[in-house]
Design a protein around this ligand. Structure first.
Ligand SMILES: O=C(O)CCC(=O)C1=CC=C[C@@H](O)[C@@H]1C(=O)O
Ligand SMILES: [Mg+2]
Length: 368
């Protein structure tokens, strides 16, 4: 297999619901799509999950475009490879920049699956025919609004509801949700909003039977999470702290985490994501697939990854219609009663709608 052409598309898509983070509120999702062609003309697609500003990690659309154009595409273009696993090996001389790496590697996996007449799920070794998913709800202006949103999603059939917490928006919010929805599976994502000194407050959350608390402490920490896990009963799940198999190994060895949120872009691609999955399976650490407000292409990659056996907790891969008036794939990703049927067709399993992509594209560039 030889990649002979790459096109980077920069898109802006309006979010149906504004997305509030520590950095502010986003009305739109800006992102890169990467379209790669091999020498036989087979086309594969990848998606950069980097945001337009470095609030989640140090990468942005612009750093991704720079890394792809000046380093990663030149390393791969016209290079004969046998398997997508070789892409991350080719990229080893490049430090970090995992989201940029994942963008190109994902397109190669899509091409490889088509060339071997497999779905991406099959190419990864996945066997599930449907995957169970949850939904992530951002911080709301008041608790009544949050309760109403949760009620709607529970009625839609989502089996797990993820809510954000931060100092001042935590114990009372979770208490109200638990009192209103006694049996719903709730988890809380703190996005590093707390410190080890907040242990007494975080222990109060033990009363509400959360399935996990995601990333309570610093985004580059493993040590303090181990100390915290000894103090709280609720399982800690790491997201931002885990960038590689090595990070996962150390976090598991230290007892810093009982669950890992795997995000393909954060860990540098599907090959590394599979290695982390396999390691966690061998060490009885359940994993689930996190979300990054992806378009249909990133969503399709998440669906395929989630078919691996140790993805035993519902992930954040909600339906396309949760985010977009019109997604860029046909059919869109649809959640029915908390499940997504896994496509059986080759590659990512959804048709990429180039006309819709063009409608959202602000700029693009082709490399040969
Ligand atoms: O894609 C989705 O719907 C999940 C989005 C989501 O919860 C997150 C995306 C990026 C950073 C965080 O805010 C949060 C997460 O940490 O998982
Ligand atoms: Mg998270």
């Amino acid at each position: 297999m030889k990649i002979t052409e790459v096109t980077i598309h920069q898109l802006k898509m309006k979010l149906k619901d504004p997305f509030t983070t520590s950095f502010g509120t986003f009305e739109h999702r800006d992102f890169l799509l990467l379209e790669a062609k091999d020498e036989s003309g087979v086309t594969g697609w990848g998606e950069s999950v980097a945001f337009h500003s470095p609030w989640y990690n140090e990468e942005t659309l612009q750093t991704n475009w720079h890394m792809l154009e000046d380093f990663l595409i030149p390393l791969l273009l016209n290079k004969a490879i046998q398997h997508p696993d070789e892409v991350s090996t080719l990229f080893e001389p490049i430090r970090k920049n995992n989201m940029a790496k994942s963008t190109l590697e994902g397109a190669v996996w899509d091409i490889y699956a088509q060339l071997t007449n497999q779905s991406l799920a099959q190419a990864l070794g996945g066997t599930k025919e449907r995957i169970e998913v949850g939904i992530s709800i951002g911080i709301q202006n008041d608790i009544a609004t949050l309760v109403s949103l949760v009620d709607g999603y529970v009625k839609e059939g989502y089996k797990r509801i993820k809510v954000k917490i931060k100092p001042g928006w935590d114990v009372e919010v979770i208490r109200t949700l638990r009192e209103t929805f006694p049996t719903v599976a709730f988890m809380a994502d703190a996005n590093s909003a707390y410190r080890l000194e907040d242990v007494a407050l975080l222990k109060q959350l033990d009363a509400f039977d959360l399935t996990m608390i995601e990333q309570p402490l610093a985004s580059d920490d493993i040590i303090d999470h181990a100390t915290l896990q000894k103090e709280v009963a609720t399982p800690i799940c790491l997201d931002e702290s885990i960038h590689s198999l090595e990070d996962a190994r150390k976090a598991v060895a230290l007892g810093s985490t009982k669950i890992i949120n795997i995000k393909i872009g954060r860990v540098g691609g599907l090959t590394e994501a599979k290695k982390i999955h396999d390691y966690c399976l061998a060490h009885n650490i359940p994993v689930w697939c996190g979300g990054m407000l992806e378009s249909g292409i990133g969503r399709a990659h998440n669906v395929a990854l989630t078919t691996l056996p140790n993805f035993i907790m519902p992930g954040d891969t909600a339906s396309s219609s949760r985010y977009w008036e019109k997604d860029i794939i046909d059919p869109e990703v649809v959640v029915v009663d908390g499940y997504i049927d896994v496509p059986k067709t080759t590659g990512i399993g959804y048709t990429v709608n180039k006309a819709t992509i063009a409608a959202y594209t602000e700029k693009k560039k082709t490399y040969r």
